[in-house]
Each structure stands twice: as C-alpha cells, then as structure tokens.
Write a protein that binds this ligand. Structure first.
Ligand code: MTE
Length: 445
C-alpha cells in the first residue's frame, strides 16, 4: 500500500452563507448572472486551504483537560426540545439566492452534503410552498371526503388519529429538483442541485381505508383529487390504482412526532414514488371522480416540455436517480489519501438494486456498497472507498432500480427530453476534483 493510501484525507465543507446582504439584494433585484459570479468568487476565496490541525504526538487537545471534563454540565431539560450542537449551525435549509422573488412561493433546500444514513432530520426537511405556510390549529382542521362515494364525510383530527395506523419510510422529491441544471451547470453545491429531496418515516391512515368507510365507487371513480387548505389552491389528481395499492397515506406523523408546520401539519397526503407536488399539505379534501381534473398545477406546471414542442402531462413517478453527497461541489479535499465516497440513491418505482461509482468521468465503474435498510421508494445510502492520488478526477454515481431501469447520462436524457424542461431531471451528476482539491459541479454527456 502506498503512503498516500494509508493517510486519511480531510474535506473542507462547502462555503455556507457566503453571500453578503448587498449581494443577495443584487440577486433579488434581478441580476441573476451575478449569482454565478458570486458563487465562483466565494469558492475561489475558500480555496486557500485552512491550516486544519491534524492530530499527532503532543497534541494539546488530548494532553490538556478541557472545561467539559473538569466542570459540571448543564442540567437535564435545559433544552426541553433538543437542538443540534452550536457547532453544527451552518447545516441548515437554505433558499437559493435569486431563484424566486417571494419567500412565500419558494423553496428551502435540504443540506444533503451534511446528512448521514437515509432519514432527513425533520428540521432539515426541504420546504416548498406555493403560498407560504401556516401553523394550522389541529382542533379546527377538517378532512372532507366527497364525489363518487355513498356517504360524504367530514373527519376531525381526533377521528383520523383513532383509526388503525401504519408507519412507512419514503422519500419525497419535488418534480423540480435539479430543474435548474437542464441546460447547463447552474448551481455550485449538492444542497441546491439535489436538495429538494428528503426521506422520512411517515405515520398515518391508508387513504383506501378512509374511502372504504365512505363507500367509494371504485368501479367508476378511477381518480381522486386532493386539495390543500392553504391559499395556493393546491389540487392534484391521483390515479385510484395508487390508492388501491394501500400505499397512499393520509399522514399526521413524521419521524415519530407530528408533522412540522412547514411540511403540512396537521395532515398531508403521502404518495410514495410520486413527485412532491402530489403530496398535498394541510390536506382538507379528497374528491373521488371518473377523470383527471386538469388542475392548474397539472395543466400548466409540473409538465414536461418535449423537444417537439408538446407538453407531457401526468409524468408523476420520480424515476431512479442518485447523487454523491460527499465529496461534492464547493468542498475542498485538503490532502491526497483515503476518502469515503458517500451518496444517496432512490427510485419511485421500488427498490434500488445497484449503484455504480466512477472516478474518471464514466470510463470505469465499480459497484458501491448499499447500506441497509434498502427500502422501496425510500432513499438508499451508498458508500465506496476511494484513494485520491491528487490528480484531476470526475466523480459520478449511476443507480439501477428493481425494474432494471438505469439512471441516464445527460446525453441520454437530453436525446429524449431536450433541454427546455424544468421538471424530472434524473441525469447522472458529475463532480470534478482538480489538483488543488476543489470540487465543482460539471456536466458530462
Ligand atoms: N401542498 C399545499 N397545500 N401547498 C403547497 O404549496 N407544495 C407542494 C407539495 N404540497 C404544496 C403542497 C410541492 S410543489 C412539494 S415539492 C411538496 O409539497 C413539498 O413538501 P415539503 O414542503 O414538505 O417538502
């Protein structure tokens, strides 16, 4: 084993909060080209390697007893609801500067670069609102079932929480995730390129059980419409087969506690495998009907503009996709040596069965380790060992799901879909490592 293989590499995290207030203001005023320059400038400023202290003989950090070893700590319940360490305060949801003009109709991205395993901490679950969020009073919240049912019904939260419940782990990905990258590289870090993705354990009642109670007409009523209680008139059509499979949940729990207000408290729809927009938050009505509704968010938005100028509608299932989250854009490798390449893979059609990783831009591939659990329509964590020899490299991951579908390259995806879409970009992501150790976002066809 060469010397460099024995050494553990160190990573400098991606720059956080690097835009000044004035710079953010410029972006908000519409100078979007400025955004790119600001990111590049910030990455360059971070390129000077920090003199990160390496442990070694005589290291004072192990020789001297710190205050936390020689004094009394804080009492229990000092934080009645626990918070992350102050040393982790850079790891937060972030809005991409300049992406949207109004915070109430915007997105805050999950910091995928700092997460482990498959579960997204609830406080870091991405947020996507069309008309802002409210902390809805659960005692006043109602769910109505109407349309092609024998008995219309209105449920309180208490009614719903008394019904037999299930808990299941699933990913949710906005159809617009990676949407800025259709034409070319647009954002510097994995938080902004892939952070409209989260994975949680959801608890609730299968919608099928509620429709059964109301005597739904499954013969004629082949679709449902889900409606949210916010001001955005969020309404989405969902095919009845999905409901009949038992997978669609009327959920109130997330990661062992009630949903967070930003994520639909007290009630949201969970539609495993389907793009996030169908996971209607603050769910207040389900209508059973015999045809798709063609609501605004399915006729004008969340559709795919194809190269021949036609729009493709109702392409809701999130196809198999993966991304390396570390090393990733904006980070800096400080030394040659060993790195654990780690990432996430998911498929809206079932389980991920394989992830291959390339460090030479797709010439050679080797299988990554899929860490357990590997669940259907959930994030799967993968890892692979890598020894960086200090030379330029391009890191990529390519996932395969249980249907045999292989995640496409940008070249393959664009050959079918063109470059004018916003939604459903599941192309292979490439991170370029240069000799200085800087990692940046590039596209390989
Ligand atoms: N439901 C309502 N009522 N209002 C919304 O704005 N946004 C949708 C969906 N459900 C939305 C909604 C979109 S576009 C997405 S991607 C997901 O919620 C985001 O869910 P999250 O904010 O919990 O991440």
């Amino acid at each position: 084993m060469a010397n460099s293989e024995l050494r553990l590499g160190r990573i400098r995290p991606a720059p956080e909060n690097f835009l000044s207030d004035e710079q953010i203001q410029s972006v908000k005023e519409g100078r979007r080209d400025f955004l790119r320059k600001a990111f590049l400038g910030a990455s360059a400023a971070m390129a000077v390697p920090a003199m990160a202290r390496a442990a070694g003989p005589g290291d004072p950090a192990i020789l001297n007893l710190p205050a936390w070893t020689t004094s009394l700590g804080l009492p229990v319940a000092a934080n009645p609801y626990g918070m992350p360490s102050k040393y982790e305060r850079g790891l937060v949801r972030r809005e991409s500067p300049g992406l949207t003009r109004v915070g109430g109709s915007s997105v805050a991205f999950t910091p995928l670069q700092g997460l482990f395993g498959i579960i997204t901490p609830s406080g870091l679950h991405f947020e996507r609102h069309h008309q802002g969020w409210h902390d809805v009073d659960p005692s006043q919240h109602r769910l109505m079932i109407n349309g092609m049912v024998k008995t219309n019904a209105v449920f309180t939260m208490d009614d719903l929480m008394r019904l037999p419940s299930v808990s299941r782990i699933h990913f949710i990905e906005c159809g617009a995730n990676t949407g800025m990258e259709w034409g070319n590289v647009a954002v510097p870090t994995v938080q902004y390129s892939h952070g409209m993705l989260s994975c949680s354990e959801f608890t609730g009642v299968p919608l099928k059980a509620i429709l059964d109670m109301c005597g739904a007409d499954y013969k004629k009523g082949r679709f449902i419409l889900a409606e949210g209680a916010d001001g955005s008139s969020m309404t989405r059509t969902i095919p009845m087969e999905m409901v009949e499979s038992g997978e669609v949940l009327v959920a109130y729990g997330m990661n062992g506690e009630m949903l967070r207000p930003e994520n639909g408290y007290p009630l949201r729809l969970v539609v495993p495998g389907v793009q996030g927009v169908s996971w209607v938050k603050w769910l207040r009505r389900i209508e059973v009907g015999d045809k798709p509704w063609g609501a605004k968010d399915e006729a004008v938005h969340y559709i795919d503009l194809m190269p021949d100028g036609l729009h493709r509608q109702y392409s809701s299932v999130q196809e198999c996709k993966s991304v390396i989250t570390t090393p990733s854009g904006g980070q800096i490798l400080l030394d040659k040596g060993f790195y654990n390449i780690s990432g996430m893979a998911w498929s809206g059609r079932g389980k991920v069965t394989r992830v291959d990783v390339s460090v030479d831009g797709g010439i050679n591939w080797r299988p990554a380790r899929l860490e357990t659990p590997v669940l259907s329509k959930a994030v799967t964590r993968f890892n692979v060992d890598w020894v960086w020899d200090g030379k330029p490299a391009i890191l990529q991951s390519r996932a395969v799901d249980e249907t045999g579908y292989v995640q496409p390259s940008y070249g393959q995806l664009r050959a079918v879909r063109g470059t004018k879409s916003i939604y459903h970009n599941n192309a292979i992501q490439s991170w370029k490592v240069v000799e200085s150790g800087e990692v940046s976002n590039v596209q390989v066809l």
